[in-house]
Design a binder for this molecule. Structure first.
Ligand code: FAD
Ligand code: DHB
Length: 397
């Protein structure tokens, strides 16, 4: 088999890249180790930056999102039992917080690719990358996990296979620097069948730990609790989850959290991670394969989209007239945005979570930060600008 761009991983990064390349007349094959059903049902991120929304609309995959997403104008930061609204819309000149689940983005992109005749090979196994520092890198794999060994010869490979995929290790260890910081906590996430308790997302700092109230649809809500990173979901029966959520979200004005049956629950560990460079020879890493942010800034999916917007443009310029300038700058262009998202995600995480090592002094500094960011126009504008997303480099030439 032969293609122009071999893409490993059908997450938001791989699928969006394949879609953007197709619009520029560039062929790709996407290899995915899971089934279509699995990728379309995995519950992950919920918030889209304005740039991600604009890109989906501009490239013809935004129709279902525009019909089904919820467009919020702000978020609430809650601490000391009181809510403080950050009006993102006003502070950013009209940008929104768009709540549209990642698996719906996946469905939209898979459908668009297949309808356009795109090739996505699901359920492949033993994917390995070869000759990435030559002019014809190759991907080997087995269909249906253990079928015959097959090979795709490519002009370029995009490693969009998440944190644990084979692409990043294909960059020699001596060439890449990895910046890694494991956080001592994780998030316990639940999906519930209930109407929303709030019109906008609530991020809460409480003595007992962080909690987040998000949403999926008028009937399904998404809630998170800070837990220990080693914690086991077996320690969290439903009644313990509810009593913890009520305790952390309690306000002095009788706000009520609406309960409902818990239909899904799980714990995600949190880390900050950056691989520099994001490129080696003809291999380009994008999304979680290159970097991880703690989810408090709602940046993971959006960073993946921002990377591939840069990569699609670089490849378009190469195939149009052999111009390799942007391709050579891929890593440095992406990393400028990545580090800003790392900083913002770290800032939100530090400000909102309970740190067991914090002294009373540090706890008061944290509350002062929250007081400042919710009362100062300058500070809340900075938070809003980062939350809705810094400008993306995606406009076609
Ligand atoms: P992924 O979505 O991870 O896609 C990579 C794809 O590659 C996967 O489909 C995987 O199956 C495939 N793959 C892996 N290995 C191979 C292989 N060997 N061969 C072929 N295919 C392979 N972000 C937020 O902003 N908010 C959240 O609430 C949030 N929750 C999350 C919960 C979980 C459990 C996880 C893991 C992540 C969460 N994130 C969240 C982060 C966000 O979902 C990611 O940043 C986003 O999915 C990154 O997209 P991606 O395409 O780079 O990687
Ligand atoms: C959701 C996830 C996040 O990480 C976040 O910051 C806000 C919302 C969500 O899954 O809805």
């Amino acid at each position: 088999m032969r293609t122009q761009v071999g893409i490993v991983g059908a997450g938001p990064a791989g699928l969006m890249l394949s879609h953007l390349l197709h619009l520029q007349g560039i062929d790709s094959i996407v290899l995915e180790s899971r089934t279509r059903k699995e990728i379309e049902e995995t519950i992950r991120a919920g918030v889209l930056e304005q740039g991600t929304v604009d890109l989906m609309n501009a490239t013809g995959v935004g129709e279902r999102m525009m019909a089904q997403a919820q467009f919020h104008h702000g978020i609430e930061l809650r601490f000391n039992g009181r809510g403080h609204r950050i009006d993102m819309h006003q502070l950013t000149g009209g940008k929104n917080v768009t709540v549209y689940p990642q698996h719906e983005v996946i469905k939209d992109l898979v459908r668009a690719r297949l309808e356009a005749g795109g090739e996505i090979l699901f359920n492949v196994g033993q994917v390995s990358l070869h000759d990435v520092d030559t002019l014809s890198p190759k991907i080997r794999f087995r269909q249906d996990q253990d079928g015959e060994l097959q090979e795709i010869t490519c002009d370029f490979i995009a490693g969009c296979d998440g944190f644990h995929g084979p692409s990043r290790p294909a960059i020699p260890r001596s060439v890449r620097t990895e910046y890694d910081s494991l956080l001592p906590f994780g998030w316990l996430g639940i999906l519930i069948e209930a109407p929303p308790s709030t019109p906008e997302l609530i991020y809460t700092n409480h003595d007992r730990g962080f909690a987040l109230v998000s949403t999926r649809s008028p009937q399904i809500q998404r809630l998170y609790l800070q837990v220990d990173r080693q914690d086991d979901i077996a320690h969290w029966p439903d009644d313990r989850i509810w009593s913890e959520l009520h305790a952390r979200l309690e306000t002095s004005d009788n706000w009520k959290l609406i309960e409902g049956p818990i239909i899904q629950k799980g714990i995600v560990a949190m880390r900050s991670f950056v691989c520099d460079p994001m490129q080696y020879g003809r291999l380009f890493l994008a999304g979680d394969a290159a970097h991880i942010v703690p989810p408090t800034g709602a940046k993971g999916l959006n960073l993946a989209v921002a990377d591939v917007a840069v990569l699609a443009r670089a490849l378009t310029e190469f195939y149009a007239d052999g111009d390799t300038t942007r391709m050579q700058q891929y890593s440095s262009i992406c990393l400028r945005r990545v580090w800003k998202a790392e900083r913002f995600s770290w800032y939100m995480t530090s400000m909102l979570h309970r740190h067991s090592h914090h002294s009373a002094f540090e706890r008061n500094i944290q509350l002062a930060e929250l007081d400042y960011v919710t009362s100062s126009l300058a500070a809340s504008t900075s938070l809003a600008e980062n939350y809705v997303g810094l400008p993306m480099e995606w406009e076609p030439r």
